[in-house]
Design a protein around this ligand. Sequence first.
Ligand code: DGL
Length: 228
Amino acid sequence: MKSTAPIGAFDSGVGGLSILREIRRLLPAEDLIYLADSAHCPYGIKPLEEIRSRTLEVSGYLIELGAKMIVVACNSASVAGLDQIRAVHPEIPVVGVEPAVKPAHERTRNGKIGVLATDLTLNGSKFSLLVEKYGADIEVYTQPVHGLVELVEAGRISDPETESLLHQFLDPLLEKNVDTIALGCTHYPFVRPLIEKIVGPEVLVLDTGEAVAKQTVRVLEQQGLKNP
Ligand code: DGL
């Protein structure tokens, strides 16, 4: 595999661009191929098996296009198919995304965190393991989110309708007095200004873009695949 080959990244739609912009910032010399699987968006409310097969198909296509590495820039697809991509393409390094429960555990002051994510992510065994590992000594409140991905896809990231939808999901977390909220879907960073407006300055909002980009750098360096 050549270090000058591109990195392939995908999501159900535009969400993964929140990851890609961090990768571009940390790795300006890399060529990037981004696939938005808009025809099958949203992923997060579909059956796991269906998203697993999309994940395999899309990553296989990126590898056919010459990708040296796959970034699954989607929490739902990471839950559904990360292990399967690694099993089918053992020669290709694969980086996935998970909700920022570990950083939230490190940063919370009152021991109460909230996680916003899709049904697929919250119902997956990967998420249960994450909460077992980092949530044992804190209170973790999960909030499945519906309808927001569609609004982000439509570019309606500062609409009153988006704001009132966000209230539906954030108000219950605020009632629990969480002081840290993890954005467990790569679409949500695009509405971060609205989220921060609703939760106020006392609540810390975390996303995973930078952490995933740093992991991408580490993996490329370890494998000798960083583009010179
Ligand atoms: N952006 C994705 C995620 O991180 C997928 C959202 C969706 O398509 O439902 O989960």
